[in-house]
Design a binder for this molecule. Structure first.
Ligand SMILES: O=C(O)CCC(=O)C(=O)O
Ligand SMILES: [Fe+2]
Length: 208
């Protein structure tokens, strides 16, 4: 167990109530370090790919909409990410127990937004594939400072909520209702992004 039932219950309550929840220091320093080390190895090995928009045959790369580079994770292949997948399993169980949400599939990628890039306002469900239910973001930027940019803006009930992408912060939101945008980042911006799915992910790694 990473967290107590009480802690999960309070996060799940907030998610149910507000459609999103933020948890700071969600991952430990050890987990943070191991993710960043793996990220650096992947980057050096040139394993990050330009991200696109849309599913399968509609997939296109449009840097003016989205400028990040991604690496799709695979639980069995990406062994250094095992503790992270354990934590996601606990999240999934908590959603089932406390929100009555049964989400059998998932897909996760590491993402790097180079300086000068952004992601336009959007919803995480594609028209042709709407099985994404919960968006999971873990930010990985140590020493993030105001002025670095790359904040996530959540659009909700005429409000614009700015979330700073600071290291170890978790953000969960409901993928079908929360429109959001990544503001232009002025420094390289690192994150781990994923989705919990109504059905298993068969083609997730083909998608943007
Ligand atoms: O990195 C973020 O803050 C959001 C990324 C995003 O919206 C996405 O990948 O769909
Ligand atoms: Fe998104």
């Amino acid at each position: 167990m990473f967290y107590s039932d009480d802690q999960w219950l309070s996060w799940m309550d907030e998610l149910a109530e507000n459609d999103y929840v933020i948890a700071d220091n969600f991952i430990s320093e050890d987990l943070y370090q191991s993710i960043m080390q793996y990220f650096a190895e992947l980057e050096q090995a040139d394993k990050l790919n330009k991200a696109g928009i849309g599913a399968q045959q509609d997939f296109t790369v449009k840097a003016e909409i989205r400028g990040d580079f991604i690496y799709w994770l695979d639980e069995s292949r990406d062994q250094p990410m095992a503790p992270f997948f354990g934590l996601m399993e606990e999240l999934n169980q908590s959603l089932r127990r406390f929100c009555y949400l049964s989400l059998p599939g998932s897909e996760f990628h590491l993402a790097k937004y180079p300086a000068g890039s952004h992601y336009h306002r959007h919803l995480d469900q594609f028209q042709e594939r709407s099985n994404r239910q919960i968006t999971v973001l873990i930010y990985l930027n140590k020493n993030w400072k105001p002025g670095n940019g790359g904040e996530l803006v959540i659009y909700k009930d005429d409000q614009e909520i700015k979330v700073e992408p600071i290291a170890k912060r978790l953000l969960l939101f409901k993928s079908d209702v929360i429109e959001h945008e990544v503001l232009t980042t002025n420094v390289p911006r690192y994150s781990l992004t994923g989705w919990l799915l109504k059905q298993p992910a068969e083609v997730g790694f083909l998608l943007g």
